[in-house]
Design a protein around this ligand. Sequence first.
Ligand SMILES: Nc1ncnc2c1ncn2[C@@H]1O[C@H](COP(=O)(O)OP(=O)(O)O)[C@@H](O)[C@H]1O
Ligand SMILES: [Mg+2]
Length: 254
Amino acid sequence: MAKIIAIANQKGGVGKTTTVVNIAAGLAELGKKVLCIDLDPQGNLSDYLGYDFTGKRTIVDVLKETAKLSECIMTAKSEPIDYVPADISLATADMFLAQTMCREQILDKAISSDSISENYDYFLIDCLPSLGILVMNALAAADEVIIPVQVQKFALNGIVQFEDIFNLIKEKINHDLKICGILETMTDNTQMAQAVDVALKERYSGLVYKTTISKRIEAANSTAEQKSLISKKNSVIGGQYRQLVSEILEKEGV
Ligand SMILES: Nc1ncnc2c1ncn2[C@@H]1O[C@H](COP(=O)(O)OP(=O)(O)O)[C@@H](O)[C@H]1O
Ligand SMILES: [Mg+2]
């Protein structure tokens, strides 16, 4: 059975998608089988992995229960990573899920009713920046959550709201849900970055990863090239994500 990790933070632009792709590439490099699930109508993850947005089956079909998860799987253009794409039609999820029973648990049901989970070591769910029904679905399906935090002003305000929804889902639906870790992204030498680092460690002590991801232009380039940073020789951020993958596996005791 695959371990399911959601990558979430209701702020946009904090590095969620970049983190999903590079953790996936780092795990794949170690021979793990990884399935990424794009749960953002912007489809950035799908784009990053080389999806051409030509109307194939997407996560929308899974949530509408018109296709099984296993029927929507694609393979990334340039690395051994599988994914379920998303496109803009996912933006109407609030509407098409409105009449559905237990609508926070559609993804969870789709995963557990499909034997496909046995073929993978990890499912990584890329969340959209919101606290709505799709993120609830991700948290209801997940074993663990990684929260990327861009170390800048107001970074903490966001996570406090995220904690509320996390606690709600944990209490009502998914009692074993855990925070896998908090990842500082786009770090630099500013005082702000240091202040956020101190504040995060005060509040979450053991949960903050030792590995941090620097702010570097190569990240933006990698999105455009549709290739992970891990797969690029001499990439500094690729090296940091590789380090992060080791840290995640160490925590698991693997
Ligand atoms: N470590 C980094 N340094 C500089 N830019 C980054 C870094 N990580 C991501 N980016 C860029 O910042 C933007 C937002 O990142 P993304 O991963 O898409 O965040 P999110 O999924 O949280 O919206 C993208 O253009 C991405 O290329
Ligand atoms: Mg994203």
